[in-house]
Design a protein around this ligand. Structure first.
Ligand code: ZN
Length: 461
């Protein structure tokens, strides 16, 4: 049987091929016909893109090309944006943009006009004709994302590259990688190699107890920093920014299994769990934890060029803090009996670490619920449409991704296997989501950065 990730990939592949032509195409007389002499040419800054396109079109890159049959990529002066202009004339095809990202969008618009073989990189047959016309378009939202949970199910580099490719055909420009959760740590941290070398594997003799999939066999993997650098570069050529997430201070059972000292200061009840400590939160009161976090986030900030680093903040089991004498003492110092104040404190410390490195935090909506968290952050509203309403009303830059419309691990029909806790729906609901029709005011809409689909991998390997 195909794995669910492969099914998602084939869904994306199919819908890419099925996408309509770019909207505002103004028709012109004549047609451009691919012939034996058709080749690509580009301004210097767009040459990497020309080589990318050459693989899809099955045509060579020839600089200083004259005469007919050129597909030309041109970088135009102006404020860099993702807008593009695609001109199809009898003698040439010209894509103009003020940034490589815009030119990439223009290329994708061209691909959609071509026979589906373009996506198979089999080359465009001679004699393929495109009606002449001019299209100019720009994305409505700056954030068009997809989240992939590589923590619970390990996704190897070649598969991740394929995923990036398929996202890029849909003009998705952000890949939010969920790199650490209860069940896996997937990124090398050079100052603490055990996090990935031990935490990247579960089952067998690993201290990370398996919850999903195999029990007796040890399995998993992680990305080295060199591999991640090459993935970042691979994605960037395709106009995709990789945003890393280390989920904190909850969803941290994996690192808690590798480094048990980060947990709260009380013996867990492991009688019913066959000796396994399933506690998943960092102790907020343990000062050494912030040294470790500083070292981890320091390397993450250095590795990833994205201006935002996602630091989680969802579904923290605060009962652990209520049982911890150190956390209780800290609540007393903070003058509160509400353990959620401890999360606010923890998240602010992380935000300060990021700010010191010129980065901003991205968080799940719970971290912004109290409204005290820094407005420098970007909020991912996953829990409900109401959570997105609340975040935009508080003035947070918000990515809309309520689970009942954007979680691609929900099944699409009753007959399909999989989750249904958020809803049963298909991609039509995702694509048709319109915040204006969902009661967002003009002021709230100004805080909407865009949308994100999510593919969690809880029930698979
Ligand atoms: Zn504690």
């Amino acid at each position: 049987m195909k794995s669910p990730l492969l099914l998602l990939l084939s869904f994306l592949a199919f819908s890419a091929a099925a996408q309509p032509a770019p909207g505002p195409m103004i028709p012109r007389e004549g047609a451009f016909v691919f012939g034996p002499a058709t080749a690509l040419a580009a301004d210097e800054a767009l040459l990497p893109l020309a080589h990318y396109a050459a693989e899809y079109l099955g045509r060579p890159v020839r600089q200083q090309m004259t005469g007919t049959g050129a597909v030309v990529l041109t970088l135009e002066p102006g404020e860099p944006s993702e807008a593009y202009r695609l001109e199809i004339a009898p003698d040439y095809i010209r894509i103009g943009a003020t940034s490589p990202g815009g030119a990439f969008n223009g290329l994708q618009a061209l691909f959609r006009l071509l026979p589906p073989e373009v996506y198979a990189q089999q080359g465009i047959p001679d004699g393929t004709a495109l009606a002449c016309g001019i299209a100019a378009d720009r994305p409505k939202y700056s954030y068009r994302g997809m989240m992939l949970d590589v923590a619970r199910t390990w996704v190897e580099v070649p598969m991740l590259k394929r995923f990036i490719n398929l996202l890029s055909y849909h003009n998705i420009n952000k890949l939010h990688l969920h790199l650490a959760d209860d069940d896996g740590w997937r990124i090398q941290i050079k100052s603490h190699p055990e996090l990935a070398e031990v935490g990247g594997f579960r089952g067998g003799d690993s201290p990370v107890a398996p919850v999903y999939g195999k029990w007796s066999e040890k399995y998993g993997g992680y990305y080295t920093q060199d591999e991640m650098r090459s993935l970042i570069e691979y994605a960037a050529l395709r106009n995709i920014e990789i945003i890393p997430e280390i989920d904190l201070p909850g969803h941290s059972r994996c690192i808690g299994s590798v480094r048990p000292e980060i947990r709260c200061n009380y013996p867990p009840d492991t009688v019913t769990t066959a000796g396994t400590d399933y506690r998943s939160a960092w102790c907020v009161a343990r000062e050494e934890n912030y040294v470790l976090l500083e070292e981890i986030l320091g390397e993450i900030c250095e590795l990833f060029p994205s201006p935002y680093i996602h630091i989680g903040g969802d579904e923290v089991e605060v009962a652990q803090w209520k049982k911890c004498p150190d956390c209780r003492a800290m609540m007393k110092r903070l003058g509160t009996v509400n353990p959620h104040r401890l999360q606010d404190y923890f998240m602010e410390r992380l935000a300060a670490m990021l700010a010191a490195r010129g980065k901003r935090p991205a968080v799940w909506n719970e971290a912004a619920a109290s409204g005290t968290f820094t407005r420098a952050s970007r909020v991912h509203g996953w829990a409900s449409v109401g959570a997105c309403h609340a975040a935009t009303a508080k003035g947070y830059r918000t990515v809309i991704m309520p689970s009942e419309c954007f979680y691609f691990d929900m099944r699409q029909t009753l007959r399909e296997e999989g989750h249904s806790w958020a809803s049963i729906f298909d991609a039509r609901r995702t694509y048709e989501f319109d915040p204006a029709a969902r009661g967002f005011s003009d002021r709230q809409l100004r805080h909407v950065e865009g949308f994100e689909g999510a593919f969690w991998t809880e029930i698979y390997t």
